[in-house]
Design a protein around this ligand. Structure first.
Ligand code: B12
Length: 233
């Protein structure tokens, strides 16, 4: 039987390498993930494919085993760190489109919630699509969102929540925006694994986005409508 340590990533074909990366992500092996990402890029993979097929797909397996009680917080944290290391290599490449800025987004995870991988991914993909992104991090009370929107003169607010206990806080933010008479000045996009379309509607968001690709498309659609509206005066 082959010893794990004997595996030389660069000798694997693409398919084997991607499967090995899923395993390495599962085991929280940061160095191996970084190496795998570099190899795939060298072989001509697009940063987006590396992100979705090697990293996000691997994290989905981690998520399933966490849910089923096979993995626990410390292991998931290691996996998350490995994922972030891979994402750090891809980030500049995804952002490197040189496209004119199409709009500005403030994005953050809500109060009580420290999950940030999905939010970071959305931020990266938005930057890649030509948006300017101001990331206000995790565990944000409503004041942080309001202050950032006003300070940055943003077009879009993005809120992330991964817990059923923290997602209702999005409504607190939207209600506060309404009270301050500023709700209509922004496009509000929400996301995170436990959310769905109905929830997005119920709390008064403009849209719920299932993943980062949908977030980019939705943001673009709203920005072009906003421009058309302004042009129509
Ligand atoms: C990694 C992880 C952790 C890591 C987080 C590390 C980090 N830096 O983020 C750690 C170990 C710290 C952690 C802690 C906890 N976690 Co946790 N975690 C996960 C896990 C396995 C993966 C999440 C992830 O990163 N996914 C990968 C990314 C790419 O996907 P995503 O986040 O869904 O994001 C995509 C979309 O949702 C969308 N999106 C996300 N945000 C946004 C925002 C906008 C604006 C838009 C448009 C779109 C969008 O686009 C993203 C990219 O495509 C999930 C399982 C799961 N199925 O989600 C559990 C999970 C979310 N965690 C869970 C739990 C219970 C916890 C803890 C309470 C565990 C504990 N007992 O302590 C704590 C809570 C800590 C806290 N207060 O926040 C539960 C939540 C259950 C529930 N229904 O509420 C889950 C679902 C696991 C489970 N099934 O039990 N966790």
């Amino acid at each position: 039987m082959a010893d794990e340590e004997d595996i030389i990533l660069s000798e694997l074909d693409d398919e084997e390498l991607v499967l090995q990366m899923h395993d390495d992500l599962y085991d929280g092996l940061k160095d191996e993930i970084e190496e795998g990402v570099r190899i795939l890029l060298d072989r001509g993979w697009t940063p987006y494919d590396v992100l979705t097929k090697a990293l996000v797909a691997g994290m989905t397996i981690v998520g399933a085993d966490f849910r089923d009680g096979i993995l626990f917080v410390p292991e998931v944290l290691l996996a998350a760190n490995a994922m972030k290391a891979g994402m750090a290599i891809l980030k500049p490449l995804l952002a490197e489109t040189g496209a004119p800025k199409v709009g500005k987004m403030v994005i953050g995870t809500v109060k009580g919630d420290i999950h940030d991988i999905g939010k970071n991914l959305v931020g990266m993909m938005m930057e890649g699509a030509g948006f300017e992104v101001v990331d206000i991090g995790i565990n944000n009370p409503v004041e942080n969102y309001i202050a950032a929107l006003e300070r940055e003169q943003a077009d879009i607010l993005g809120m992330s929540a991964l817990l059923t206990t923290t997602m209702p806080y999005m409504k607190v933010v939207i209600d506060t925006m309404k009270e301050k008479g500023m709700r209509e000045d922004y496009i509000v996009l929400v996301g995170g694994a436990p959310l769905n379309e109905e929830f997005g509607k119920a709390i008064g968001a403009d849209a719920y986005c299932r993943d980062a690709a949908v977030a980019v498309q939705t943001a673009k659609d709203y920005m072009s409508r906003k421009h058309n509206k302004l042009a129509a005066g």
